[in-house]
Design a protein around this ligand. Sequence first.
Ligand SMILES: CC(C)(COP(=O)(O)OP(=O)(O)OC[C@H]1O[C@@H](n2cnc3c(N)ncnc32)[C@H](O)[C@@H]1OP(=O)(O)O)[C@@H](O)C(=O)NCCC(=O)NCCS
Length: 145
Amino acid sequence: MSASFKIREIDPDEYSEIEKIFEAQGLENNKSGVTILKGYAVETGDELIGGAEIMLQDGEYTFSVAVDDDFKILGIGKSLFKMVKKEILSLGTTRIMIQAKTPKYWAKFGFVEVVDLNDVPKTFRCDDCPQYGKDCFPKIMILSL
Ligand SMILES: CC(C)(COP(=O)(O)OP(=O)(O)OC[C@H]1O[C@@H](n2cnc3c(N)ncnc32)[C@H](O)[C@@H]1OP(=O)(O)O)[C@@H](O)C(=O)NCCC(=O)NCCS
């Protein structure tokens, strides 16, 4: 399928709509201790088909992105990440940390796996999650900016 899409920054009262897409795509939505700094929606016509949130978690800049199944592999994730990276760069940080469910995807953008988990804040670690290693195999990854 091909589609034209647009990405726009959203207001905080719209975050819950994109978080529904995150949840449908299997991303956790535990926002405790997390500050959402910015959100983006992807739309084709009136239809919401993806989104992103930039967050500050345990002193680390991070983000979530998700794209609806019908609109994957069209470059939407890539376009979202471009905006997210530009915005995070403007905040003056030197790195982005993620809990990557699709590590091969993020490696394409320069993220590398963190080998020593002692360097990772507790809230980023998944080892005490019941899903970890069963049906979820995330890697903690960092992009140095
Ligand atoms: C991961 C996700 C955001 C990718 O979005 P997308 O719009 O389908 O990806 P894009 O079209 O931008 O893909 C860009 C490139 O990555 C490749 N790619 C896409 N998904 C991939 C994956 N899971 N693993 C490896 N490569 C992948 C594409 O083939 C494309 O390659 P190319 O540049 O050589 O043509 C989307 O699959 C998704 O929402 N997944 C579920 C939620 C999720 O895991 N979010 C990330 C949390 S860490």
